[in-house]
Ligand binder design. Structure first.
Ligand SMILES: Nc1ncnc2c1ncn2[C@@H]1O[C@H](COP(=O)(O)OP(=O)(O)OP(=O)(O)O)[C@@H](O)[C@H]1O
Length: 288
């Protein structure tokens, strides 16, 4: 990897949340690097610190210590005002729950933030039309969210996240609520976004091991730290849809106690994944 492809360097990041007198260490000296033109997928059991890491990169929260170097500048040292400017200029967010405003149609949902910030220029409007083409919903732009499928709504959210042409796209469970067909469409779209805009950097947090199909690198976090990094070639070598016990063994600690702890963590991860699936099927069977 060429040095000039480096976009974000996380160095020895520590984040501690306080709940009354109890301290929760969400990031425990975590370090990793993200590159331009690449998709990094971050996986790991519930509560391991994935969303915390995404929030830190997005400037939504602050570290207790450590560095978040973006384009050579440590954003952990920024003032609140500088962080806000950084977030507006460089970051696009895609969430699991699409966050679309029900009363607005698709194109209005995309343009609203730009209108509010006074940055909806003629060029931006043209760019948004291009984005609607990229997400394949040019002809549905006047439809309200309730007139679009879950997958279509998520494609609109992706267009909305790209509307200010951000350099960094942060996705938190972008396929979490989708059926398998819509999931495939959204995954292909995320991949095509990074192919079309190779100057951008995409980071996806997910429980869904299928996302490794579109990843250039995958970080596995356990207990606030990176426990394993899968490179592109390792990911390509794995054709199975899920991480197998064999994958896990490759980065199991040798101490038996630690191994048991790691196995428990894996099982909790699978448990979380299965519960998510059950919930989403139940929701479909008994819509409220
Ligand atoms: N605002 C907060 N206040 C207190 N504790 C928090 C806060 N946000 C996160 N935590 C705790 O920090 C740890 C890491 O949380 P985080 O949301 O980053 O995990 P995660 O890996 O994204 O989990 P999930 O997959 O369930 O979303 C958890 O123990 C969580 O309970």
């Amino acid at each position: 990897m060429e040095m000039n492809n480096t976009k974000i360097v996380i160095d020895d990041s520590i984040k501690i949340y306080k709940r009354g007198s109890i301290e929760v260490v969400a990031l425990r000296g975590l370090s990793c690097t993200f590159h331009k033109g690449e998709i990094a997928v971050i996986m790991g059991p519930s509560g391991c610190g994935k969303t915390t890491l995404l929030n830190m990169i997005g400037g939504l929260d602050r570290l207790n210590s450590g560095k978040i170097i973006v384009d050579g500048q440590d954003i952990a040292q920024f003032t609140d005002k500088e962080v806000e400017k950084y977030r507006r200029a460089k970051i696009g967010f895609v969430f699991q729950f699409m966050n679309l405003i029900p009363e607005l149609n698709a194109v209005e949902n995309i343009t609203l933030p730009l209108e509010l910030s006074g940055t909806l220029t003629k060029e931006r409007k043209e760019f948004i039309q291009e984005l609607l083409k990229i997400v394949g919903l040019e002809d549905r732009q006047n439809h309200r969210p309730d007139e679009l499928s879950g997958g279509e709504q998520q494609r609109i959210s992706i267009a909305a996240a790209l509307a200010n042409d951000p350099e960094i796209i942060l996705c938190d469970e972008p396929t979490g609520e989708l059926d398998s067909l819509s999931k495939k469409v959204v995954m292909d779209l995320l991949r095509s976004v990074i192919e079309k805009f190779p100057e951008k950097t995409m980071i996806i947090v997910s429980h869904d091991p299928e996302l490794k199909a579109i990843a250039d690198q995958m970080f596995y976090i356990r207990d606030g730290n990176i426990s394993h990094t899968f490179t592109k070639s390792e990911l390509q070598a794995k054709q199975q849809a899920t991480l197998t016990p064999g994958d896990v063994q490759t980065y199991m600690p040798s101490n038996p106690d630690e191994t048991n702890k790691a196995i428990l963590t894996e099982l909790r991860h699978i448990d979380h994944f299965v519960k998510d699936k059950i919930n989403s099927i139940e929701k479909k069977m008994h819509p409220v």
